[in-house]
Design a protein around this ligand. Structure first.
Ligand SMILES: Nc1ncnc2c1ncn2[C@@H]1O[C@H](COP(=O)(O)OP(=O)(O)O)[C@@H](O)[C@H]1O
Ligand SMILES: [Mg+2]
Length: 325
């Protein structure tokens, strides 16, 4: 299987109280052509910043300090700014969590999608317009023809999100990053968008990095799942291995807090406590302060990865002991 998106040892930092604080710390991800990797974890774990790094769009004063990111085998951290601009849209696109910040307020939404298409392909304006109209209908924008001429401020949050999705799909990217793509949408539209992503993947072999806290969506759409906690990956594996046979105490806590996926007979319970801010992360396992299985050395020593069958990996001292004994 060839790899569409590969991230290795990624470190992204923001200025902290003293030194810069890494908010993504040594992250590795790999999405194969035509497959979906779900990236999950509570709010503040670094999912969006990791995604933005893959397009080299980390907001200032954030900065990529280290790592390798390859899109279709090309190292993007080495590209010039114009080369990177050319890659966005054609090779890699993103559906942002905040549609407000990614639509141009002074151009009508139809025009923005038409321009995005024509920037990447030599097609007539009328052909690009026809495709835009088609996409607006597919993402469930009612009265799509009239909506082409609307400006972002004239649309509801849900409609702006659908315009964003149409824009991300318009250029048929090889890699699509979808950051909480359907959070703002009602369930009917949500189902329609998920079907659209599936169709796109089937027809174009698009690799999808799907960021969501909705494990129901993960269950429906993903091939593999990576679980992130406080800037680091804690568990990774095939969908069934992670969702049905999770090993990391954090993943188990997440699953118990999700109505869509709680195991039969289990009560829904929140993980006690909150994700600590980056400048309070312990040197060892970052989940140790909230972990029901924490051992005495967990806060001090970062856990190495414990490999399990079928490329299932867990970064946890307690699991490493289970496996060793
Ligand atoms: N513009 C910013 N300035 C400073 N810190 C930021 C900024 N954006 C994000 N962060 C920090 O980066 C961390 C990860 O954020 P983010 O990637 O948005 O998390 P997630 O998408 O998993 O909810 C957070 O702890 C947040 O405090
Ligand atoms: Mg986010």
């Amino acid at each position: 299987m060839s790899v569409a998106l590969e991230v290795e040892d990624l470190v992204v930092s923001f200025p902290g109280v003293g030194e810069r604080t890494p908010v993504v710390d040594g992250l590795g991800l790999r999405v194969e052509v035509g497959k979906t990797l779900a990236l999950v974890g509570e709010s503040g774990c670094g999912k969006s910043i990791s995604a933005l790094a893959c397009l080299r769009l980390v907001p200032r004063p954030g900065r990529i300090d280290r790592g390798r990111i390859a899109v279709g085998g090309r190292e993007i951290l080495d590209l010039s700014v114009p080369e990177m601009r050319g890659l966005r849209g054609s090779e890699i696109s993103m559906i942002f969590q905040e549609p407000m910040t990614s639509l141009n307020p002074v151009i009508n939404v139809g025009g923005q999608v038409i321009e995005a298409i024509r920037l990447h392909e030599r097609v007539s304006r009328s052909a690009a317009r026809a495709r835009t109209l088609d996409l607006f209908e597919q993402v469930g924008i009612p009265d799509a023809e009239a909506r082409l001429g609307a400006y972002p401020h004239q649309l509801s949050g849900g409609l702006k999100q659908r315009v964003m999705i149409a824009m991300a799909l318009a250029t048929v990217p090889k890699v699509l990053i979808a950051d909480e793509p359907t959070t703002a949408l009602d369930v009917t539209i949500q189902a329609q968008i998920l079907q659209l992503l599936r169709d796109l993947q089937r027809d174009s072999d698009t690799a999808i990095l799907l960021i969501t806290h909705d494990l129901g969506i993960v269950n429906e759409l993903s091939d593999r799942v990576a679980v992130m906690y406080a800037g680091r990956k804690v568990e990774e594996g095939g969908r069934v291995d992670v969702l049905a046979h999770s090993r990391h105490p954090y993943t188990e806590g997440l699953l118990r807090s999700m109505p869509a996926l709680a195991r039969p007979g289990e009560r829904l319970t929140e993980i006690p406590g909150v994700v600590p801010p980056p400048d309070e992360w312990p040197p060892g396992c970052r989940f140790s302060g909230r972990c029901p299985r924490a051992l005495s050395h967990c806060p001090d020593q970062p856990p190495a990865s414990t490999p399990l069958p079928d490329e299932h990996r867990v970064w946890c001292h307690a699991v490493a002991e289970d496996v060793a004994s």
